[in-house]
Design a protein around this ligand. Structure first.
Ligand SMILES: [Zn+2]
Length: 590
């Protein structure tokens, strides 16, 4: 189920003016120059839900624009437990431009860059070609196969440009915390734009595939209009440590363990799985993969040759009893402390495999997912109490960031020498730090663009830009990540009840006629006291009746009516009170 929730009331006001802007986009142009408009459908100043629109507008005529999209990722709402809800970019801006979308170009296989394809492709059109590097393409394909979506997917090759309409997209290899990560040099009639998504410059990469500095330098010899750059590591001085710098520590933790070893990370962390498998095999441990997402990712990586694993290396979870503890390593889903993950269930004793004293659990969490820290620490505490040794994070030097620090940003800027800088992929504090780096390199404030959350950046062919145009960006939440998973639902319900209470409405209706038999009955617990809020309650009651009349039919569809009322009441309660109680409409046949 997809629900739209406005972020806050202030945003609503902004949105109203944005919609006005959208209705008359042509009027935004003071000249009839060629223009390249860059919009972020996940909003500027956000780390996740990456989705950028590059729109070429010829002679100021927005009705004749051509569009490519870079990345299509999910977000992880900070206020909710990870794994309960996902957020996706808002594609409303593209609603009347679908036939002008020439392709979606994927930079790498992290969820915040590919995870929204399965939701957004059906909205924008399944024929839109997708271009992705090998590993990301395999992830996308397997994900879409699960939901029966056919996809027009092409694997692009390093340094082989792709031509789409007026755009030429040239993929440039860089390094990150997942193999097969690319930047794009995007050539348009309005100039060259360098899309520098997530990267670091790991000069000792474990797979031997470093960033293609020569290629970047060649792009820099041409006139680059703007560099859109990852900025997440811009608040850290110096150079980010190499993946190989932690290899020895990680190997030691695995090879020195006396009992069973559990390693948990995000499923796409192929580099870490590959290391874990290599080190464990080196000391004769068998590999046990637990968790659907991890199993799938490892199998894809194995098939593509990113890690070496034979059938005899693996044993299924149910056969582990036949092996001594020091001959086993478990690769487990649950890095974020999700109670419903394989690791979460093991901790709670709800899994075939149970944690026991003497086990060692190694957490290797990625650095881009917010809102997970407290869950992780809760799980670490519980594991420790159970007698397990827990190894986690930068403390043990078992984790390095996948994002470049200040010197790496300085290097990229120096190689490209762009006219403008547009930092992306960071929160405002990272953007400000990026600005600091750029200023040290001689960039004046007017050359460093920090657009509003919902602004687009228009670059004109005379070399100027503005950020006057705004697009509508709502918060689009995906509910039902754990479909059929009672644990998740219960957890979320409990959280909702604890925070904002419950609002329930009972409707007695005649199924044949589709009419209400009685006035709705309102029940409220922990939300507002009914007797003291008669105005609000009677207003809500009237809204329930209005929505009911709108949604009903003969004969009536109970489920549809229920969903319509629920969505409507949730929205108006939020508008009126800023609260989000659990809304439970009960439609009863009489
Ligand atoms: Zn990434």
């Amino acid at each position: 189920m997809i629900t739209n929730t406005n972020i806050n009331n202030k945003k609503n006001i902004n949105n109203i003016s944005n919609f006005i802007g959208v209705q008359n986009p042509v009027r935004e142009f003071k000249s009839n120059q060629n223009c390249l408009r860059i919009s972020s459908l996940g909003g500027f100043g956000d780390v996740t839900q990456n989705m950028f629109v590059y729109e070429f507008i010829p002679n100021g005529d927005a009705t004749k624009s051509q569009i490519i999209i870079v990345d299509c990722g999910v977000g992880f709402p900070e206020e909710d437990a990870f794994g309960v809800d996902l957020q996706i970019p808002d594609t409303q801006y593209l609603a009347d431009k679908k036939d002008r979308i020439l392709g979606i170009f994927i930079t790498h296989g992290h969820e915040d860059h590919i995870g929204a394809v399965r939701f957004i492709l059906p909205i924008l059109g399944q024929n839109i070609p997708i271009f992705a590097p090998k590993l990301a393409a395999a992830f996308i394909e397997s994900r879409l196969a699960e939901v029966n979506i056919r996809v027009n997917l092409t694997v692009y090759q390093d340094s082989i440009p792709i031509q789409k309409g007026v755009f030429t997209v040239d993929p440039i290899r860089v390094t990150h915390s997942i193999p097969d990560t690319f930047h794009f040099a995007i050539t348009t009639p309005a100039g060259i734009f360098y899309h520098g998504s997530d990267f670091k410059f790991d000069v000792f990469p474990l797979d031997g595939k470093g960033a293609d500095f020569a290629h970047i330098a060649r792009i820099g010899e041409q006139k680059v209009m703007a560099l859109m750059s990852d900025s997440l590591g811009a608040d850290k001085e110096g150079w980010s440590p190499s993946e190989s710098s932690i290899a020895e520590n990680f190997r030691y933790e695995i090879t020195s363990a006396k009992g069973r070893v559990f390693v948990t990370s995000i499923s796409s962390n192929i580099i870490r799985w590959s290391q874990a498998i290599e080190y464990a095999k080196g000391v004769g441990r068998k590999i046990v993969i637990v968790g659907f997402s991890v199993d799938k990712a490892i199998n894809i990586a194995k098939d593509l040759g990113y890690l070496t694993l034979t059938d005899s290396d693996i044993i299924p979870p149910e056969r582990t009893k036949n092996f001594p503890d020091n001959k086993l390593i478990f690769l487990v889903a649950g890095f974020a402390g999700q109670p419903d993950s394989a690791l979460g269930k093991m901790v709670m004793g709800k899994h075939r495999i149970k944690i026991k004293s003497g086990d060692k659990v190694i957490f290797s969490s990625p650095d881009y997912i917010p809102g997970t820290t407290s869950n992780i620490y809760t799980m670490i505490d519980t594991l420790s109490k159970m007698g397990a040794e827990v190894v986690y994070g930068e403390k043990e030097e078992l984790h390095v960031s996948g994002h470049g620090y200040q010197k790496e940003h300085a290097l990229l800027i120096n190689l490209l020498k762009p006219k403008y800088l547009l930092p992306i992929g960071g929160n405002f504090r990272h953007l400000k730090c990026y600005q600091g780096v750029a200023e040290k390199l001689g960039y004046s404030e007017d050359k460093i663009i920090l657009p509003d959350f919902d602004a687009s950046v228009n670059f004109y062919s005379n070399g100027t830009y503005d950020t006057n145009f705004h697009i509508p960006i709502r918060k689009i939440l995906i509910d039902g990540f754990g479909i059929g998973d009672v644990g998740t639902t219960v957890l979320r319900d409990r959280k909702l009840l604890a925070e904002d209470g419950m609002f329930s409405v009972v409707l007695l209706m005649n199924k044949e006629t589709g009419k209400l038999e009685k006035d709705p009955v309102i029940l409220s617990r922990g939300f507002v006291f009914v007797k003291e809020n008669t105005d609000l309650i009677s207003y809500l009651k009237q809204e329930v009746v209005n929505k009911f009349n709108e949604a009903t039919s003969t004969p009536a569809n109970f489920e549809f009516i229920r969903e319509e009322i629920q969505a409507h009441i949730e929205e108006i309660i939020y508008q009126k009170t800023g609260r989000q109680p659990m809304v439970l409409p009960l439609v009863i046949e009489v």
